[in-house]
Structures are given as C-alpha cells and as structure tokens.
Design a protein around this ligand. Structure first.
Ligand code: CA2
Length: 153
C-alpha cells in the first residue's frame, strides 16, 4: 500500500491546549485521525509523526526520500517554517513531493510568520483551513502523485 508521511514540527504536540482562536480546539490525535481517514479514501497508509527538533525533521525528510512506495510528505514544520534553510534544502534534496500545511493563515498573522522558507521548495501549499488542511493536502497528493512520479524538478 502506498504511504504518506505526515510530519509535524515544534509545539504541535500542544495543539488543543492553548490559543483556540488561532488553532482551534482539535488535538494532534484528532489531526492524526483526520489524516488516516483521508488516506483511507485513497487506499494509502499514513505514517504520522511529531517532533520538536529541526534535525529530526531533516532526518525524516531524508528517510522519505529513500523509502520506496512513499507517495509524498505532508509537512507542518511549525515555527521552523519561518527560519529553516536546512528544511528548505532537505525538501529540495528529496525526490518525493512535499506539501506544506499550516492550520492558520500565516499571511494574515504577524510579519515574522508571513515568510516561509519552505514554500519555494514544496510541491504545494495548504494554508488556513485548520485541521481540514491536512486532509486537503493528502487528497492533493494522492490525486497528483501518479502524474508526478519521478518528475520533481
Ligand atoms: O498555523 C500553523 O499550522 C503553524 O505552523 C503553527 C505553528 C506556528 O509557529 C506557525 O507560525 C504556524 C505553531 C504551532 C503551535 O501550536 C500550539 C497550539 C496550541 C498551544 C500551543 C502551541
């Protein structure tokens, strides 16, 4: 069965505990269920992970690039989105599509959140749809991955 790797970055383990006006009330476990449900419709498996460490996200992206049968990666890199050249380079370095997801519309927030170092390296972006954005990203990956196979610039 094809696999979709869903990677979550720093502080997303705290989802649902604070700032409901910005991030909603769903927890990361709810995000995982949403992803599994969305992937099931495409007969794909989900490998769902969270870390607070930038280098671990880099390692996981490399792992996705090396694994056979990975349809793509859904990545919410949290605050590393706005700082990490290392993640930009890792996304560029792998031949699987990476979809950047954000719960909130980062362009409608503080100026420091309006810059993403990841967007130029990603195959697609889903921003501002709350946890539904993860399902939209999985849907987009599953619909476009066959056409993309081996075609990442
Ligand atoms: O909107 C998003 O998905 C973000 O990636 C979330 C990150 C933020 O740094 C990005 O700018 C945008 C932060 C996630 C932290 O989430 C928490 C939620 C509740 C309580 C504590 C942290």
């Amino acid at each position: 069965m094809p696999k979709i790797l869903v990677l979550n970055g720093p502080n997303l383990n705290l989802l649902g505990t604070r700032e409901p006006a910005v991030y909603g009330t769903a927890t990361l476990a709810d995000v995982e269920s949403t992803c599994r449900e969305a992937a099931k419709a495409h007969r794909a498996d989900v490998d769902f992970r969270q870390t607070n460490h930038e280098g671990i996200l880099v390692d996981w992206l490399h792992e996705a690039g090396a694994a056979a049968g990975t349809l793509g990666v859904v990545l919410n890199a949290g605050a590393y989105t706005h700082t990490s050249v290392a993640l930009h380079d890792a996304i560029k370095a792998i031949a699987v599509p990476v979809i950047e997801v954000h719960l909130s519309n980062i362009h409608a927030r503080e100026p420091f959140r309006q810059q993403s170092w990841l967007s130029p390296a990603c195959a697609g972006i889903v921003i501002g749809f709350g946890i539904a954005g993860y399902a939209l990203a999985i849907d987009g990956l599953a619909r476009t991955a066959p056409a993309r196979a081996g075609a990442k610039p």
